[in-house]
Design a protein around this ligand. Sequence first.
Ligand code: NAD
Length: 354
Amino acid sequence: MKILVTGGAGFIGSAVCRHLINDTEHSVVNLDKLTYAATLGSVASLEGSPRYRFVKADILDRALVLDLMMAEGVDAVMHLAAESHVDRSIDGPGDFIQTNIVGTYELLEAARAYWSQLPPARKETFRFHHISTDEVYGELPLEGGLFTEETPYAPSSPYSASKASSDHLAVAWHHTYKLPVVLSNCSNNYGPFHFPEKLIPLVILNGLEGKRLPVYGRGENVRDWLFVEDHARALALVVTQGEPGRSYNIGGRNERSNLTVVETICDTLDRLAPSADGRPRRELIDFVSDRPGHDLRYAIDATRIERELGWRAQETFDTGLERTVRWYLDNEAWWRPLREGRYGGERLGGAVAA
Ligand code: NAD
């Protein structure tokens, strides 16, 4: 298949591109606007491949995207382009409405125009895979419960509301126009090439540099963590084997409170890269006032994708976190320019939450 990946210079999109090129026979056209969150270094290793092409473009530009689909003759779209940082959506929701909602609408319309002129056999096999988050479901109580594909949507933040809107659009394009849409909703990802404004890389790098580790509230909020390469494998299964009109929840069954995550990173760093003065990193933890509207707990029931598509997460939280910490220790050339503010990350010194 030739797959148009949107947002392929971002964290998860780049893992998808690397997986498709390195581990499968598929071809990739990576379309990305290159916002502050993009790093071409995450896909630099693919540049020599004849099955890989990068195009700098905005998903809001429907005519350009349609021309690209026609010229490339794509067999599927994997739509990951988005504004993705919850704190930024609270400070300035406008870009989230534009890219996540209007951008998804424009992309769906480009895909519909492209798909409708395909010959019947290719129309049948074409897929539009919309990639989304478990945050669309709102929050769970600390005591129990899991998000299934039937859980009603109840988004809380401008980010999750914009993603919920885009999910509804994608599903509506399937029901109304019969566009072969598949949808997936995933829990929090972590791993190599994660932009350092997000919880796990921020704590690793602040800890490495002996800076404070501010944690929202008491750090009690629970997230269900998935190693990004496990997510990329799941997405490749959904786009190739998922049933049109169906959604798939993806999660690692790795629930951790934010405080436990931060403490585990501190202990891993102490083991792999002890601080110069020998002081434990946990002493750097600093509790600060909570994020407004902070969801208490997210947790995914991944039974459907496990049973129907045979997917299983390969990494536990401990093995995935160790790989991640080692990656940041070995790849300063990737993260140092981002840490030094060459992306406008005013939140870098702020509180950390997932
Ligand atoms: P990211 O912020 O790292 O990357 C987003 C990419 O999209 C960037 O490369 C950016 O340049 C690109 N982009 C933004 N606006 C664009 C536009 N208008 N046109 C073209 N490209 C544009 O995000 P991520 O963490 O990799 O998330 C990817 C997708 O997965 C998002 O849709 C997100 O909602 C979803 N998701 C993320 C997580 C997570 O834990 N990070 C979990 C579940 C789902």
